[in-house]
Design a protein around this ligand. Structure first.
Ligand SMILES: NC(=O)c1ccc[n+]([C@@H]2O[C@H](COP(=O)([O-])OP(=O)(O)OC[C@H]3O[C@@H](n4cnc5c(N)ncnc54)[C@H](O)[C@@H]3O)[C@@H](O)[C@H]2O)c1
Length: 377
């Protein structure tokens, strides 16, 4: 296969989907890898390192998309990239289509095969390609919240750790999965008082055990969410229903009653956000806006702030699935791996993922059915 790695175009996005290590393995397996010039520079990987590993560099994104059978990138295509997508091409990336109706239409119209990193599930239900970026975003969230709680940044002027005689800040985390536990770890390490809410008791049990009871755990229901949000200095949104739009757990009325100068870091903004007033995306260069006196941080590519760490984590996690897709082709890869099968969001103009289709009010035609239909035609 010809595998194309474009330079990311999203604002302040310096990650790249592969490092020279994965390029070498792909080339050794007989594939051709095209890297857009400067694609790795933001992560500290020069073109020469890629070419030494066997890739060919391409100046122009149009040429790269034109030649590649499979495009592997980090973030979903932005409008300026839409007309680069080729019919029948496999697009392998974070897509978050439940929150991207326009992109979904484009992928359907152009008959792109869209395989989303974030809906690839391991047999135990974990999300192997989302996990490393959730670890990064979770670990960054308290650090981001702490800096925005400073007075000059618009926050209420609270130090996460407090000091002897003055209590620490209250950090409330909605969701006790990968983002939530990693956020709890760092917030606890920074000296905050931490509460985690989840709908699954087993998640809370795990958080309780992991932190030796030093984190307060609460079942997530409207009553507990409201009470916790109202006492939060820092509220972190970290819920996920795989493939679906994030559920809104905190209404505008609750935000209105939150402490003045409190900070919301809605990590789940990439799936549409879990706080009602998180109604827009922000960027690393201009990361916050304020509603009802509460600072809102809604950056959809938080790991882009630390591209060197993130690129190496992401590339290693996606590689086994990429190697399977490139080596066996989509059909065979989906046969062999439930993970790959669950990653297929759009195929030949149809939405194949139940939760994505549900969020966008579109019919869901399972991949096998589309394949069978094409074979009969
Ligand atoms: N903004 C970014 O840069 C960025 C980076 C990484 C991950 N994310 C996003 O962060 C979110 C969380 O990812 P994750 O890897 O931690 O997912 P995860 O599946 O590991 O954890 C999600 C948790 O949310 C819980 N949950 C679901 N509904 C809930 C509810 N109503 N109340 C409370 N908890 C509920 C689930 O039980 C689960 O424990 C996702 O939307 C992911 O896409 C964003």
């Amino acid at each position: 296969m010809i595998i194309g790695v474009p330079k990311e175009v999203m604002c302040d996005e310096s990650r790249v989907s592969l490092t020279p290590a994965q390029v070498r393995s792909l080339v050794d397996a007989g594939h051709r890898v095209l890297i857009q010039e400067e694609a790795g520079s933001g992560s500290g990987i020069g073109d020469e390192a890629f070419t030494r590993a066997g890739a060919a560099t391409v100046l122009d994104a149009r040429r790269l998309y034109g030649e590649a059978d499979l495009v592997v990138k980090v973030k979903q295509p932005l409008p300026e990239e839409y007309d680069l997508l080729q019919p029948g091409q496999i697009l392998f990336a974070y897509l978050h289509l439940a929150a991207e109706p326009e992109l979904t239409d484009i992928l359907r119209e152009r008959r792109v095969t869209a395989v989303a990193f974030e809906t690839i599930q391991a047999p135990d239900g974990s999300l192997p390609i989302l996990a490393p970026m959730s670890e990064v975003a979770g670990r960054l969230a308290p650090q981001i919240g702490a800096s925005h709680l400073e007075k000059h940044a618009g926050g209420r002027g609270v130090l996460l750790a407090g000091i002897p005689g003055v209590p620490p800040a209250q950090v409330v985390i909605l969701g006790g999965g990968v983002v939530g536990t990693n956020a709890a770890r760092i917030a606890l390490g920074m000296g905050a008082s931490v509460t985690v809410l989840d709908i699954l008791p087993e998640r809370l049990r795990r958080v309780d055990e992991l932190f030796g009871g030093r984190v307060v755990t609460l079942i997530s229901n409207p009553y507990n969410v409201e009470a916790a949000a109202l006492r939060a200095d820092l509220l972190i949104g970290a819920v996920l229903v795989p493939g679906a739009r994030a559920p809104i757990l905190v209404s505008e009325d609750i935000v209105r009653c939150m402490k003045n100068g409190a900070v919301i870091v809605d990590v789940a903004v990439d799936q549409g956000g879990t706080i009602a007033t998180v109604d827009r995306l922000t960027t690393h260069s201009n990361p916050t806006y304020t509603v009802h006196g509460v600072v809102h941080y809604a950056v959809p590519n938080i790991p882009g702030a630390v591209p060197r760490t993130s690129t190496f984590g992401l590339a290693a996690a996606l590689y086994p699935f990429l190697a399977l897709l490139a080596g066996a082709g989509l059909d065979e890869a989906a046969q062999r791996s439930q993970g790959v099968a669950g990653g297929i969001n759009v195929y030949r103009g149809e939405v194949c993922h139940q939760a994505v289709a549900g969020a966008l009010h579109l019919p869901c035609i399972p991949f096998r059915e589309v394949l069978g239909r094409e074979a009969r035609a």
